[in-house]
Design a protein around this ligand. Structure first.
Ligand code: P6P
Length: 344
């Protein structure tokens, strides 16, 4: 029988990374340092988020980000925590964030490294003031050879070029989910020890599901194949799917994706016609790509409804993209409805 949980020696994030480095050559010392620094920053963000009203950081900062969205004080604080944590380590060539118009160079007083870090420091921040889970999403790319002053162009790499990605979800517990391109692993923050401990290895998403996540209030703006796919789910047993489906929508991508990683499901933020200039709401570089990498590494699928997300060639740092991700068979079905409609 497997040893009882208490007898299994807890594996810290640092030990996991050192053993990955030693056994699989998947990562080098700089990437290991990068992941540890991001994890420490997420721990600080978790502490700030956890203080809620007592931390004096709820509410709006009175500023807008590049998306024209009102920034919450915690958005700005979380961004600053990630910048300060990563500037001095010598592992990064530059950083980019949802909260900053342009990439943030590493100050000349610090050495530069070979990696680029792009992140959404606090995703779902509209949920903070109502005490619903939020999270941090991050993606790691290599700085292109010979680029000493990385600008936006240096970041515009397909999602298949990511060397690592993951997120921290600040919920009833704080969980860091990470892929280095060799499976997906989850680490829970042990608040007494102050570190992340491996709690799940090689997470896998069931290929089929009975649960979908979408903001139904946009239904009148959807393309016909999107309507068809959702109508069939809503028809349940009486419809062509021959089974009932359940719906969840947290309006925090990190929380919805974490549920799907844990028990399956399909998450959809489709293109909608209310603003043709915006192909969906979610951003490619620091929401769709990192989540797509994690989901694929867990055996799921992630598309724009028409193409694999990780194959999309980025044109702009803050560009948006439709997102269908989760249980492989559901994502493939929803995608097929769109590609068949296009072909007809
Ligand atoms: P809506 C949060 O603002 C976010 O970027 C994602 O975390 C979330 O999935 C989505 O937007 C929610 O969008 O339109 O339902 O508020």
């Amino acid at each position: 029988t497997s040893p009882s949980p208490v007898s299994v020696k807890p594996v810290s994030l640092s030990r996991f990374l050192i053993e990955e480095q030693r056994s699989k050559g998947q990562i080098n010392a700089d990437l290991r340092l990068l992941i540890e620094v991001v994890a420490r920053a997420c721990k600080r963000i978790s502490i700030a988020v956890g203080k809620g009203a007592l931390g004096g950081v709820l509410g709006s900062a009175g500023t807008e980000n590049v998306q024209g969205e009102t920034q919450k004080k915690l958005d700005v604080l979380s961004n600053e925590i990630l910048l300060e944590a990563n500037e001095w380590g010598g592992h990064l060539a530059a950083l980019a964030s949802e909260e900053m118009d342009d990439p943030h160079p590493i100050p000349n007083r610090y050495p530069k490294g070979e990696y680029l870090l792009v992140f959404d420091p606090l995703d779902g921040s509209s949920n903070i003031d109502v005490n619903i889970s939020v999270g941090t999403i991050f993606s790691v790319l290599r700085c292109p050879e010979g680029v000493t002053e990385p600008d936006e162009q240096a970041f515009l790499q397909r999602g298949t070029r990511q060397v690592a990605a993951g997120y921290a979800v600040y919920g009833s517990s704080t969980v860091l989910v990470l892929t280095l391109g060799d499976g997906v692993h989850a680490f829970t923050l042990d608040r007494e020890q102050g570190g992340f401990v491996l709690t799940q290895s090689n997470l896998t998403i069931p290929e089929d599901t009975g649960e979908f996540a979408i903001n139904m209030s946009n239904i009148r703006h959807w393309e016909p194949p999107m309507r068809r796919y959702i109508d069939e789910l809503l028809a349940g047993k009486t419809g062509p799917r021959g089974r009932d489906f359940n719906m969840r929508w947290v309006a925090s991508m990190v929380a919805d994706v974490h549920r799907i990683l844990t028990r399956g499901g399909i998450f959809i933020y489709p293109r909608d016609l209310k603003d043709p200039s915006k192909p969906g709401k979610l951003r490619l570089m620091y929401e769709a790509n990192p989540m797509a990498f994690v989901v694929e590494q867990a055996g799921g699928a992630a598309t724009t409804g028409r193409a694999r997300i990780l194959d999309v060639k980025p044109e702009k740092l803050h560009q948006r993209v439709p997102v269908f991700l989760g249980s492989r068979n559901e994502v493939e079905r929803a995608t097929r409805y769109h590609t068949e409609a296009d072909a007809s």
